[in-house]
Design a binder for this molecule. Structure first.
Ligand SMILES: NC(=O)C1=CN([C@@H]2O[C@H](COP(=O)(O)OP(=O)(O)OC[C@H]3O[C@@H](n4cnc5c(N)ncnc54)[C@H](O)[C@@H]3O)[C@@H](O)[C@H]2O)C=CC1
Ligand SMILES: N[C@@H](CC=O)C(=O)O
Length: 345
């Protein structure tokens, strides 16, 4: 049976959910997918580095108490020496799941470059490298004969990027518009339930939806990255993120959400990319009060949805989880499956 060795860079909610899946469900995964997964390295700011080429006992690391770190374990170190681990571990696939940095993409961007340069495939849920340097990284992967996969960068585990690239490949897509941030959609709903903004943010954090800095969610910069990714990956147009006008939901009050509902409207934070008839492409992020008849008006909680306006099919809408630890871990698994189906190692 094929076995892929993984190095996990960042061991927070999403990477832990992937580790739990491997710990708990490997027999089913092996039977259905035809390959097994083994974690041989982990690094995290809070835990340090752990390199065990024969395979890490995931039950042991997942049970480590809060505040513990890898020093004292065989192959363990107090420092998160990401670069060394990426280059020196014998991993086939580097799983990049550190914080998204919407301004520079770093340090994740460097992690991805190092991994590809050292001959490893990369799967990531980190939006920064994909939005800011997607084309460069895809080229680098090609040069090294490796794959750079990032399905979870948009709509978490809901397969939207690969769906558009494969299933809509023969259509012309005139626009893409969607609810692309689970946290802000969840918060808008909770404001309508009477919660204060800070309480709603706290809930979204506890549920694993929010970014490490939730201002990226409510301020719109997270959606802006996703819009840039969809523009490039689905419509073939690179739009620098700083050129995408962006307004978040910070100015929307609970009273406004309630007043809109009384008129049959729902506030939604929408990300849009549109190709105009003259060929120019425009992107934006802004809250919109949608009428009840709009297909995206009923999308609630951390659910996301995106509508592709195509020439041959008309509107095609994909809806599903837009955030969540387990849901996003599934995106990483789907990327690993894509690597395997493309020939693996
Ligand atoms: N949670 C979700 O629903 C989704 C998350 N994502 C993205 O996935 C990534 C991971 O998300 P979560 O696991 O929820 O975040 P998290 O905040 O729970 O975990 C991130 C982990 O990375 C570690 N880390 C940060 N910088 C590091 C560095 N320089 N070196 C080593 N470790 C570092 C942190 O200590 C933390 O444990 C983020 O980029 C996020 O934007 C994408 C889609 C959905
Ligand atoms: N914080 C993001 C997570 C996924 O990208 C969100 O809430 O959508």
């Amino acid at each position: 049976m094929r076995c892929y060795d993984l190095a996990l860079i960042g061991f927070g909610g999403v990477a832990r959910a992937l580790a739990e899946l491997i710990r708990d469900d490997s027999a089913r995964l092996e039977a259905t997918l035809g390959f097994s997964l083994r974690v041989v390295a982990i690094t995290d700011l809070n835990l340090g580095s752990l390199l065990q080429p024969e395979g890490i006992d995931l039950a042991e690391v997942l049970a480590m108490p809060r505040g513990a770190n890898f020093s004292g374990m065989p192959g363990g170190d107090r420092d998160a020496d990401n670069e060394r681990v990426i280059r020196e571990s014998a991993a086939d696939i580097v799983v990049e799941a550190t914080f998204t940095n919407p301004a520079t993409g770093e340090p994740a961007l460097s992690h991805v470059r190092s991994a590809l340069q050292s001959g490893k495939h990369v799967v990531t849920t980190n939006k920064g490298p994909v939005a800011l340097a997607g084309a460069e990284l895809a080229e680098l992967a090609g040069v090294h004969g490796r794959r750079f996969e990032f399905e979870g960068a948009v709509m978490s585990g809901t397969p939207v990027i690969r769906f558009a690239q494969t299933q809509l490949a023969g259509t012309r897509i005139a626009s893409v518009t969607g609810i692309l941030n689970g946290t802000s959609n969840y918060i808008l709903g909770r404001l309508g339930d009477g919660l204060a903004l800070q309480e709603a943010i706290g809930e979204a954090q506890a549920l694993g939806y929010a970014e490490a800095d939730p201002t990226a969610d409510i301020g719109g910069s997270d959606v802006r990255l996703k819009v840039a990714i969809l523009a490039e990956q689905v419509m073939g147009v690179r739009i620098p993120v700083e050129q995408i006008p962006t307004t978040g939901i910070t100015e929307i009050t609970g009273a406004e959400v309630t007043a809109a509902a009384a008129e049959g409207k729902r506030w939604k934070l929408l990300g849009t990319v549109e190709r105009h008839e003259d060929g120019t492409v425009e992107a934006r992020v802004a809250p919109v009060a949608l009428g009840e008849e709009h297909p995206l008006a009923g999308v609630s909680g951390a659910t996301n949805a995106v509508t592709f306006d195509t020439d041959l099919l008309g509107q095609v809408t994909v809806s599903g989880p837009g955030a969540g630890r387990v849901e996003t871990a599934y995106a990483l698994l789907s990327d690993i499956i894509a690597i395997d189906r493309a020939g693996g190692r």
